[in-house]
Design a protein. Structure first.
Length: 292
């Protein structure tokens, strides 16, 4: 007789967990200590180009535990990836690095792979860089033909430099360049979107921003939220995360976030400062805001 399943959470809350030493043994142990309902991991050095093979036993154990406990899992691709780079070697390495993250994502049962949207380096026009994004990223999306392939989730930046995507409406040209591919989604980072200039504070700031996002990419494209407060003021173009409620965003916008129709069923992942205790406190704080 099958066990009755608990009702699905409106917004599972979890965190990015370390996995050096083992996906299952280290990553899920850390997640357990956070009382995480969702997890995000790296499958390669986030600041390098290495594409390490996985451990099939750890992969299967990680996948099985996440399935058993109904924990949605996500992969964050390395930070160096930039399909808008003017350097050919960087673009080629970006292709191999993201392909690796997507394949490892499928192996561990990840629902999505998060990648930063990059920048138009070398003083080139954004439209030129977006053509390059199309040329090299669309074929990777077309490789996602398996039922258990993850979504590719675009994460906008705080608007530094020649960023290709920082405001909600910037997702429009990016999606257009990729033919609004069915495996394409959005990971919204609250610190990034705030730093880029969207004021999430006030009675309707968060809802207005989410409305703009849905108007730009369509319903159902928001697949993951990086729930981070900001050390800096709105529009500062600085990517400096703060613990929930301790920054310039404050608690109320996160409560509002979890009442918008576009976030129904969308997990929240924290990437906040501090060690395990600080992370656990942020997870608990978001759960309280969700549950009232």
């Amino acid at each position: 007789m099958t066990q009755p399943q608990p009702p699905a959470l409106r917004n599972p809350v979890g965190g990015h967990v370390p996995v050096a030493g083992g996906l299952r043994s280290v990553g899920l142990s850390y997640a357990h200590d956070l009382r995480a309902e969702a997890v995000q991991v790296f499958v390669a050095n986030p600041r390098g180009w290495a594409t390490p093979a996985g451990n099939p036993r750890q992969d299967e154990e990680f996948r099985a535990v996440c399935a058993e406990k109904s924990i949605p899992a996500y992969v964050h691709a390395p930070y160096l990836i930039n399909f808008g780079s003017h350097t050919e070697a960087t673009v080629e390495r970006s292709v191999e690095s993201l392909r690796h993250s997507l394949r490892r994502g499928r192996a561990i049962g990840a629902l999505g792979v998060v990648v930063h949207t990059g920048s138009a380096t070398g003083g080139r026009d954004r439209s030129v860089a977006l053509k390059q994004v199309r040329e090299h990223l669309l074929p990777l999306l077309d490789e996602l033909t398996h039922d258990d392939d993850p979504f590719l989730l675009l994460e906008s930046t705080a608007g530094q430099g020649a960023s290709l995507c920082s405001r909600t409406w910037d997702f429009g040209p990016y999606f257009e360049a990729l033919d609004a591919h069915p495996k394409l989604g959005v990971c919204l980072d609250t610190c990034h979107i705030f730093a880029a200039g969207h004021d999430l504070t006030g009675p309707s700031g968060m809802h207005q921003t989410l409305d703009l996002l849905v108007d730009t990419v369509g319903a159902g494209r928001l697949k993951l939220i990086h729930a981070n407060d900001s050390k800096d003021v709105v529009g500062a173009h600085k990517d400096r995360h703060e613990n929930i409620g301790a920054g310039h965003i404050g608690e109320d916008p996160f409560r509002a976030l979890m009442t918008h129709p576009a976030t129904d069923g969308v997990p929240l992942i924290i990437e906040t400062p501090g060690g395990k205790e600080g992370h656990a406190a942020d997870v608990e704080r978001l759960k309280k805001l969700r549950d009232g």
